[in-house]
Design a protein around this ligand. Structure first.
Ligand code: PEP
Ligand code: MN
Length: 269
């Protein structure tokens, strides 16, 4: 490792995540779909995003929101939950696309695992160690979203939690970090800063695949195409993008959702 990098190796630590002789397999590099499963529409969305070039469908059946949502609207209350999982199952059957969906808690692994081809760990659970430890015991691939506060050590440490359990099917998802107040006066949907430099920084240390999320990173759909290109140029191994047939009508994360045409341009461009 080069002289400018403070050694992360420590006798008391395993540091298997930074063992560069270790390689990782990851086939889900064009992931797209709505923020949440909104209803039966997810089946047609799956077919459409496949046409746009996606090789996996993303959508949350369980959606942890910043504030607790108490009121249920058409069955949606922080997701369609169980019903959302059933709809994802049907979307997968009809489109053939693998499913990337969030598991919020260790107690939900079995239930979500009946549908998920990839467990998404949300930013809020990035350091939920009981969850990470349990996912280490599974064979199902895990897409670990960086906590909005996550340092490079914390990213690698969280990966290692899963790796030590024996699950080597992991990828890191960079989804924006705290620290973008200068934009909010004008672009009020922007909440996070895309930390593109974390891509080459992680690449210096680890072979764990990196998936960039331009949707949550920017919070604003017009910035999604350019940040997608920038992330690939910086060395990202894939993208996870929020797309919706009528983006402004998305139940959650509407401002960052893109339409099919833009999605196709990103995936084919
Ligand atoms: C999401 O992918 O819709 C999501 C909730 O992401 P994050 O956990 O990064 O906020
Ligand atoms: Mn979202």
């Amino acid at each position: 490792m080069n002289q400018y990098i403070k050694s992360l190796k420590d006798e008391n630590k395993l540091n298997i995540s930074i063992d560069k002789s270790r390689s990782f397999e990851w086939i889900y590099n064009k992931i797209a779909g709505p923020c949440s499963v909104e209803g039966e529409s997810i089946i047609e969305i799956a077919n459409q995003i496949k046409q746009c070039g996606a090789n996996a469908l993303r959508a949350g059946a369980y959606k942890p929101c910043t504030y607790p949502i108490l009121k249920e609207t058409n069955g949606w209350k922080e997701g369609l939950r169980k019903k959302g999982l059933e709809l994802l199952k049907e979307a997968k059957k009809q489109s053939g696309l693998p499913i990337v969906t969030e598991v919020m808690d260790a107690s939900m692994i079995e239930q979500v695992g009946e549908v998920a081809d990839v467990f998404q760990i949300g930013t809020r659970n990035f350091q939920n160690y009981t969850l990470l430890d349990e996912l280490g015991k599974c064979n199902t691939p895990v897409l670990l979203k960086r906590g909005t506060w996550g340092t490079i050590d914390e990213i690698l440490g969280a990966c290692e939690r899963i790796l030590v359990g024996g699950n080597e099917n992991i990828a890191i998802c960079l989804r924006g970090v705290v620290g973008m107040p200068s934009y909010r006066h004008v672009f009020n949907s922007i909440r996070w800063a895309p930390d593109l430099m974390m891509i080459p920084a992680l690449k210096e240390l680890t072979n764990i695949p990196i998936i960039f999320d331009p949707s949550h990173s920017t919070g604003y759909r017009n910035f999604v195409p350019s940040m997608s290109k920038a992330a690939i140029a910086a060395g990202a191994d894939g993208l996870i993008i929020e797309a919706h047939p009528t983006p402004d009508k998305s139940i959650s994360d509407a401002a960052q959702a893109i339409n099919y045409k833009t999605l196709k341009e990103i995936f084919h461009g």
